[in-house]
Design a protein around this ligand. Sequence first.
Ligand code: SF4
Length: 71
Amino acid sequence: MSYRIVVDRNKCQGIGACLGTAPDVFELDSEGKAVIINPDGSDDDTILAAAEACPLEAITIYDEQGERIFP
Ligand code: SF4
């Protein structure tokens, strides 16, 4: 995978939409915040879809050049 995934823990409310889309990439930690368990757990399209699924836009995706792709 070529994307870099960043979860904003201040924005994340543990809604879990990202896990529903990419359960091999994201998990909720003991504080109920999404963490990345495996950045290679899904293909890029699925990871992007997981970021788009977050209603709080807590997930930011960067490409391999460091350009922000989402949001
Ligand atoms: S969908 Fe967004 S708010 Fe919900 S757990 Fe994932 S990052 Fe957090």
